[in-house]
Write a protein that binds this ligand. Structure first.
Ligand SMILES: [Zn+2]
Length: 171
């Protein structure tokens, strides 16, 4: 069994916040029965958090990962956003299409909301008093305080994205 495609994402740690200490390595293997499979490991060099997972490698087929946020604790769920992955929050009408984003990154749901807020603030500059802008910024603010329930959806085209529940066991 030999790795045929390898990627690495280096990011700030979503658990302890240490700068550029969180490393996600993914290799695609051709498994005899399962076919192409992504074998992934993630670890923080600072706080020691680590986890791993295995998913089918997809080519030309979308997979949708969903996480339902019901309260403040859920904002700490970790998102591994692989290349060519869209991030959507349908209830709030928010989306990042993969063309807008870098190669891949790791963040939390709170971190994604911060990105959406920065984007909304930039697009509302000079018209903060308009109804549409006020509503959008208020909704994102409520979501960041855990006062709204909503769904985060990753539209993943290569099987490289992952949602890790808050407080998932450290291995
Ligand atoms: Zn850490």
């Amino acid at each position: 069994m030999s790795g045929r495609y390898y990627t690495e994402i280096v990011s700030d740690c979503p658990v302890c916040g240490a700068r550029r200490s969180f490393i996600v390595r993914q290799t695609v293997y051709n498994m005899p029965l399962e076919g192409p499979t992504v074998v992934a490991s993630a670890k923080c060099l600072k706080c020691g958090y680590r986890t791993h997972w295995i998913t089918p490698y997809e080519e030309g087929r979308e997979r949708r990962l969903r996480y339902h946020v019901k309260g403040p604790r859920d904002l700490n769920a970790i998102l591994v956003v692989g290349e060519n992955t869209d991030v959507l929050i349908p209830e709030l009408g928010l989306e990042f299409l993969s063309s807008e984003l870098e190669q891949g990154y790791v963040t939390t749901i709170e971190g994604v909301l911060e990105r959406f807020r920065a984007k909304a603030e930039a697009s509302c500059r000079g018209r903060e008093e308009e109804g549409e802008c006020r509503r959008r910024l208020r909704e994102i603010g409520e979501a960041m305080e855990g006062r709204r329930s909503f769904t985060v959806e990753l539209v993943d085209r290569h099987g490289r994205s992952r949602i890790i529940e808050p407080g998932a066991p450290v291995e």
